[in-house]
Ligand binder design. Sequence first.
Ligand code: FCB
Length: 477
Amino acid sequence: MSNPAPSPGVGVLDQGAELTFPSGFLWGAATAAYQIEGAATEDGRGPSIWDTFSHTEGTVVAGHTGDVACDHYHRLASDVSLMADLGLKSYRFSVSWPRVQPTGSGPANAKGLDFYRRLVDDLLASDIEPWLTLYHWDLPQRLEDEGGWPARDTAARFADYTRLVVDALGDRVRHWTTLNEPWCSAFLGYGSGVHAPGRTDSAAAVRAGHHLMLGHGLAVQALRAARPEAQVGVTVNLYPVDPATDSPEDVDAARRIDGLANRFFLDPLLRGSYPQDVRDDLRRICDFGHVREGDLAVIAAPLDLVGINYYSRHVVAAGPPEPASSGFVSGSTWPGSEDVRFVSRGVPVTDMQWEIDAPGLVETLRRVHEEYTDLPLYVTENGSAFVDTVVDGRVDDVDRVAYFDAHLRAAHAAISAGVPLVGYFAWSLMDNFEWAWGFTKRFGMIYVDYDDDQARIPKSSARWYAEVIRRNGLAAQ
Ligand code: FCB
């Protein structure tokens, strides 16, 4: 499959019009357990791969860890009040597997489940729909010691853990997503090793990707068996991938990166097969002998929704990577395609150096709808890091407001083009532990002052988003 050509009319978004979203559009904000909870050793929580990784020297900027993070574990009630102040219709959070099942197998840790019961009850009492993600990257360390995601058994363990969570919360939580961004878990966790568990083994990364998706499929079965009425899906992170020029080499580089970043996951999950060209590209890395008869049918179990995380676009060219971006040892972020170069176009970037590209959201949503599925789609993450400063107790994050505004206009353009987009979750509710970047990158609509008793300061973007939710759309500018 080639990259979709930009559709007429979506390249330039009308910046001036008042836009109303369909009624019932689900406005939300998202977080993840390890990024906000803290309380890493409290109430029986076991260690996850992110605890081990962040405590390993040289892995996270400035040696930051999620030990305390935003201390959300102890501030649950006031954090839910802040969500209510924003008028959120939904809150997307993740459950920490090792808080619920400290070693990744065996019975549930009742105190861990109690925390999520309280969270869900508080949300429901505030008319905020809980949206639960089962896996946002915090694998119990014991399971990593036993082989981690490259080992097939981890998929079965994930289904067991899912059963514990759905038994406890299935009566109150309607929306479930299994995995968040399996590409990151597989290729950053086991390929380049910039994320936990920090392994650099390309073949292991490919196996991890498969077993994550198998775990997803088994978890879907567990959710269906326990709660036939549950709305179940998965969240993938997607990018439009463009060639830097129309030379055949660059076009092929784009095909390969699109294959690894997008189609490696979309095709099994939504079509029940791996793309043949991606298998061919990976031939010298791995023979796919880990894929067993029947796996793909499990992976492609029917879903109720698809979650898409969108941040930016990749533009790529053939040729040796810049030495600085290489990092290739025995594993890499892009197994078998280490010779692809990521090209920057010189357009404005966020504090992550990610290029700001709102039309890419329209392309991404249209592609999933037009090439893969009629299912309802949700943007389960979209947002930006910028350097925020507190002045007289206020944070006026105009760049973040502009980012959200442009991407919501893009979301609206996608709906106008026929995409069944029914919800949007801003990343993130509050500043938090940004993985390998620690606390140095701020994505929140709420500023967290880590040095001043974790004070929460709603930024301008929080007030702006509350107004978007209130009017179910964007004002004319
Ligand atoms: C996504 C992650 C999320 C956050 C944002 C910035 O890849 O799902 O946890 O780190 O990026």
